[in-house]
Ligand binder design. Structure first.
Ligand code: SF4
Length: 70
């Protein structure tokens, strides 16, 4: 899994649910694709709008901060 970046909000290019290549500007979001959304391609700099993944990111950020301070 990709390391959690020191970013306040999750961007698609940093998300393990995004399948764009590093140099691509757009790629598929696997959550949107699995749900059957017509617009499942997102820009790498798109700020996450999937509540489940935002929750995951917040949890990971907290764990990351705890690891850094211990
Ligand atoms: S919209 Fe959210 S869940 Fe989907 S790829 Fe982007 S950051 Fe990940």
């Amino acid at each position: 899994m990709a390391p959690i970046p020191e970013r306040e909000v999750l961007h698609c290019k940093d998300c393990p649910r995004w399948y764009g290549a590093e140099d691509d500007e757009v790629g598929p979001c696997s959550i949107k694709h699995a749900r059957g959304d017509k617009k499942y391609l997102t820009h790498g700099s798109h700020e996450c709008d999937e509540p489940e993944q935002i929750k995951w990111f917040e949890t990971e950020k907290l764990a990351h901060k705890r690891r850094k301070s211990s």
